[in-house]
Design a protein around this ligand. Structure first.
Ligand code: NOJ
Length: 577
C-alpha cells in the first residue's frame, strides 16, 4: 500500500551529533575544551556518518550554568575561542558536507547581560520591561514574600528580590538566569536579530533551549500545591506552552524558513502530543521537531530528579508507541535521543555498565533508537559507549549546580538521615548531568587524551577501556556499530525514515520489538533489554532467515520454531517474509 502522507525532507533524514564544548577536545592545554579542538575532530565526526553538528552554548557567559547563561549573544566565551574560530568551524563543517547548529538560549539571559544590568539599574530604564518584575506580596504577619509560589527548577523560589526597586524578578532557573519578557516586542526583535546574525555567518539552524517556556500565562497565578511538604511548587502549568507560544514560534519559523534552516526545540513539562503537534506539524511553519522528555523522565520520582522510581518496560513501550504513531499519523516529526548534556549515559542508566555487558548494551540501545521514525541525535561519547561516573566519586566532586543544589538541600533537610543520603547519592550517580559532562575519552593517555592539563571536570576512570582510538575502524567496536547502523538507516530510507511503525508484543517485560513497513516491505527490530538470555516468540506469520539480517550485535541470530533465543542485550534487525 502506498503511504500517501509521506513528506520527504532533508532534516528528517539527517543524523545529528551533539557537542558539549567544555568537554570535547582541548587544543591549548588549559583543561577546557575549545573550538579549535572541535575543528580538529571534524573528520572523526564525519566518519561516524553525521550530517549535522549541534554545539551547546559557546557564547560569552559567566558560566553559572555552563553557558546557558549568556551575557553577550554575539561574542564567544574566551576559553572556547573567538567569533573567527566559529566561522572556521562552520567552514570546516560545510567543506565536509555537514551542517552546524547553534544553541539558542532565549527564555532567559545571564544577569550579567547588559540588558539585565540596564533593567536592574532603574525602574525607568528602557530595558526594565525586557524582564519580568513584580511587587512583593505580604503574608498575615506582614512578612515580605515572592509574588507567587513558583519554585525555581534548581530549588528555592523562582523570584529574586531586588532591594533597590523593591520588586522581584522572575527566574525559572538560577537567580543568575533572569527570564526575558517575550510580551515586550523589542525582546522578540532582539531574538530575531541574534538568529539572523548567526544564520548570516553560515550557521544552519538552532537547537532552542526550553523554548516552550517563553510565553507565560498572564497574571502568573499561584501553582497548584503538588509537593505538600514544600513551600515552592512547580509552576510549569503556567509557564510551559503559554497562550502566545505559537505566535512567537511562527515568527521564529518565518526566519528559519528564509534560510532553509534546521530547528529542534527543547520542550520539557509537556506530554500531550496534540500540544506538540501545534509546533511541529509539517505545514505549521514553526519548528521541525522538538525534544520531549517522556523517556528521560520515566525514572524520576515524585520528589524530583534524584528521587527513586524504577523504570518499567510497559511504560517505555507506551511512550515510544504513542509518539511514533502519533507523529506518523499526523504529519508531525520526532527527534530520537537517549542522551544529551542533561542526561546520564544510557548504558549505565537503563542497561548495564558491567565490563562484560556494556559493549552489547551500547549497541542494543543504538539499534532500539536509530531504526525508529525520527531524526537521530547522538551525544558525544555515546558512539563509543561511554558510561556513568563510578559510585566511588563523592558528590562533593560533582560540578553541576543542579546536583550540588539538590545535595545541599537534602543535607539541610535531613542532616542525620544517612539512609536517605545513601539512596540520593545512588540516584545522583545514576542520573546526574555530570555523567555526560566528563571529558570525551579519546585515548589511553593521561586525561583520556582530552587535554594535556588537568581537565575542569575529572575524567571518567573508564577511559583505559572505553576510548575512541581503540574503536575507530575496529570491527565489533561500538563506534563501528553506530557508523553501520546510521548508514543502514540511510540506505533504507523509505523503511527507516518514512515507514510505518508497529509495536510488537506490548506486554512482554524484557523484549522491545517493533516493525517498520513501507510499501509492503517490512523490517523487524528486536532488542533484549536484559543482561540474561530471554526466549521470545515471534509474532505469527513472521519468519527470519539468516540472510535477511541487516544488523546484529552478535554473530547472526538464533531463531528456531518461531522462537528467538536472545542472548544478553541482543539486538538485531531483519527483513521479514
Ligand atoms: C535546558 C538546558 O539543556 C540545560 O542544560 C540548562 O541548564 C537549562 N535549559 C537552562 O537553560
Amino acid at each position: 500500500m502506498a503511504q500517501p502522507t509521506v513528506k520527504r525532507a532533508w532534516w528528517k533524514e539527517s543524523s545529528v551529533y551533539q557537542i558539549y564544548p567544555a568537554s570535547f577536545k582541548d587544543s591549548n592545554g588549559d583543561g577546557v575544551g575549545d573550538i579549535p579542538g572541535i575543528i580538529s575532530k571534524l573528520d572523526y565526526i564525519k566518519a561516524l556518518g553525521i550530517d549535522i553538528i549541534w554545539c551547546c552554548p559557546i557564547y560569552k557567559s559567566p558560566q553559572i550554568d555552563m553557558g546557558y547563561d549568556i551575557s553577550d549573544y554575539k561574542d564567544i566565551h574566551a576559553p572556547y575561542g573567538t567569533v573567527a574560530d566559529v566561522e572556521k568551524l562552520i567552514e570546516g563543517c560545510h567543506s565536509r558536507g555537514m551542517k552546524f547548529l547553534m544553541d539558542l538560549v532565549v527564555n532567559h539571559t545571564s544577569d550579567q547581560h547588559k540588558w539585565f544590568q540596564e533593567a536592574k539599574s532603574s525602574k525607568d530604564s528602557p530595558y526594565r520591561d525586557w524582564y519580568i518584575w513584580k511587587k512583593p506580596k505580604y503574608d498575615a504577619e506582614g512578612k515580605r514574600q515572592p509574588p507567587n509560589n513558583w519554585g525555581a527548577v534548581w530549588g528555592g523560589s523562582a523570584w529574586e528580590y531586588d532591594e533597590a526597586s523593591d520588586e522581584y524578578y522572575l527566574h525559572i532557573f538560577a537567580p543568575e538566569q533572569p527570564d526575558l519578557n517575550w510580551e515586550h516586542p523589542p525582546v522578540r526583535d532582539a531574538v530575531h536579530d541574534i538568529m539572523r546574525f548567526w544564520l548570516d555567518k553560515g550557521a544552519d539552524g538552532f537547537r532552542l533551549d526550553v523554548i516552550n517556556f517563553i510565553s507565560k500565562v498572564p497574571g502568573l497565578p499561584d501553582a497548584p500545591i503538588t509537593r505538600k511538604d514544600q513551600v515552592y511548587q512547580p509552576g510549569d502549568k503556567y509557564f510551559a506552552c503559554g497562550p502566545r507560544l505559537h505566535e512567537y514560534l511562527l515568527q521564529l519559523g518565518n526566519i528559519l524558513k528564509q534560510y532553509n534552516a534546521f530547528s529542534v526545540g527543547e520542550m520539557p513539562s509537556v506530554q500531550d502530543p496534540k500540544e506538540i503537534l501545534n509546533a511541529v506539524a509539517y505545514d505549521r511553519g514553526e519548528l521541525n521537531m522538538i525534544f520531549n522528555f517522556e523517556i528521560v523522565d520515566m525514572d524520576i520520582g515524585k520528589e524530583g530528579k534524584f528521587s527513586r522510581r524504577p523504570w518499567t518496560m510497559p511504560k517505555l513501550k507506551g511512550i515510544v508507541d504513542k509518539w511514533q504513531n502519533f507523529m506518523i499519523d499526523n504529519d508531525g516529526w520526532n527527534s530520537l535521543y537517549l542522551e544529551n548534556h542533561d542526561q546520564s549515559r544510557c548504558v549505565s542508566r537503563w542497561g548495564s555498565d558491567l565490563p562484560e555487558f556494556r559493549t552489547l548494551a551500547a549497541k542494543m540501545f543504538a539499534t532500539f533508537l536509530v531504526l525508529q521514525s525520527g531524526t537521530v541525535f547522538v551525544y558525544q561519547g555515546q558512539e563509543i559507549g561511554m558510561i556513568n561516573i563510578p559510585i566511588s566519586r563523592p558528590v562533593t566532586e560533582y560540578k553541576d549546580l543542579e546536583t550540588l543544589n539538590a545535595w545541599k538541600e537534602l543535607l539541610e533537610r535531613y542532616p542525620n538521615d544517612k539512609e536517605r543520603q545513601r539512596i540520593t547519592h545512588e540516584e545522583i550517580q545514576l542520573k546526574s548531568r555530570d555523567n555526560a559532562r566528563t571529558p570525551m575519552q579519546w585515548n589511553t593517555s593521561k586525561y583520556a587524551g582530552f587535554s594535556t592539563a588537568e581537565p575542569w571536570q575529572r575524567e571518567n576512570e573508564s577511559y583505559h577501556d572505553i576510548n575512541a582510538e581503540s574503536q575507530i575502524g575496529v570491527k565489533g567496536s561500538v563506534f563501528q556499530y553506530w557508523a553501520s547502523i546510521l548508514a543502514l538507516r540511510k540506505s533504507h530510507k523509505d523503511i527507516f525514515i518514512y515507514g510505518n511503525f508497529k509495536l510488537l508484543d506490548v506486554d512482554h517485560e524484557d523484549v522491545f520489538a517493533y516493525t517498520r513497513t513501507f510499501e509492503g516491505k517490512t523490517v523487524i527490530i528486536v532488542t533484549n533489554f536484559r543482561k540474561r538470555p530471554v526466549k521470545w516468540s515471534l509474532p505469527q506469520k513472521i519468519t527470519i532467515q539468516q540472510d535477511q539480517v541487516l544488523v546484529s550485535n552478535y554473530d547472526g541470530v538464533s531463531v528456531a520454531d518461531e522462537t528467538a533465543s536472545l542472548r544478553p542485550f541482543e539486538a538485531f534487525a531483519a527483513f521479514v517474509n
